[in-house]
Design a protein. Sequence first.
Length: 419
Amino acid sequence: MQRYEVQFHQPNTTSGFSATLFYDKQKDEFIVGFRGTEGFWNIDTMQDITLSLNGNIQSSFLLEFLEQVNKIIKNKHKRIIFVGHSLGGYLAQMALIYCDIKYKDKLSFSPNEVYTFNSPSVYGWNFPNIAINPNTIKIMQDLLGKYTIDVSEKITHIYDNGKIEIIASAQYGASNALGIYTGKNDHSIKPLVNTLYFYSYLLELDANYNKVKDKSLSECIEYLNHFMKNIQIYTETFVLKNNAINNKNFALKNGPLGLFRGSPEKINHFEYFLSLIATIMQETNGILEELGDNYYASYKAPTISQTKIIDFILKVQKKEKYILILDKNDFNKYRKDCSFINNQENLAHKIAIGEFRIFIVVYKDMKCLENINNITKIYGYNSKSYKIKDQIWDEQYLGGVCKISQALYFNGKAKIGII
């Protein structure tokens, strides 16, 4: 929090309105965060329902807050950004309209950008499953009155896809909507924030940034979403199958007593992935923890909890340890370069290919963390990764394992059957 200074905070009002004005010392700009829905069937849920009925019991509190902000930033001539989740995202949009049109004579500032997360839109697009989700909805007509404004260029709507099939722009009707793939069909902001932190972390590595620097923002998000989906494919293909076997073995081992003992828990693909990354980086202290009884034969390492994901990212970021994304272009290069793959200096690349991974752990300077001196400590003597180090791959074998990854993750033509 040292980067941000709280300039003004409006605690919960009787209507549930709460917002905070921050100053970002690093970027020399102001940020207003509007609080979103906190619980179910509380004052905020009633507010969500009120919105759907074209009313807003928070409008006066919103204006009073913006007037306080106006006093603080009036003569400072700095950028200001509005952000909000759920109901807070809707209020961020309304605040923009207040500044630009409805109360522009009272307010001497206008936000440069507005970001919403899993929020309804002032233009009447459907609610993302907050309290109700009618087929058509017109919001806040009484407040907008005769005013109309195209503010879409300032607003970026970000939604949690939840599932691979959902495309945000199609679901919500917003041309500037960005779908962030978290793998969870959850309206809560926690998975979304974790994923956005992770995306930002990935792009701090120059090699990853160079892969998307010429793409549009939506294309960049799509590229990162594809990587997240590939993490899930990797986990479901090589981990969850083992988990199913472990459940079966658990039942056979415990018989009727299995009803009274904790069975193996379902593995969350993102949490498992970061646990593997923590193990490779040898940064497990205080991060990984046992979750219930462990019956994983091949994946015995404890897992990282959702609440510690951001702490872990910040920890390894400080030590300049990063995750290199492998995409289809990388596998095309690997396929015929046996001399590179068989060179033990490039063992991390060989392990990634042999383990059908789409990532390598590296330092900021692109030096690989996995090497001939530490793979025993990371994986153990009986691991597949350890055995890979002494193998000599010819072009046919190398091409074959690369084709498996291309088929799994990038719609390659090879037909595969994972045993």
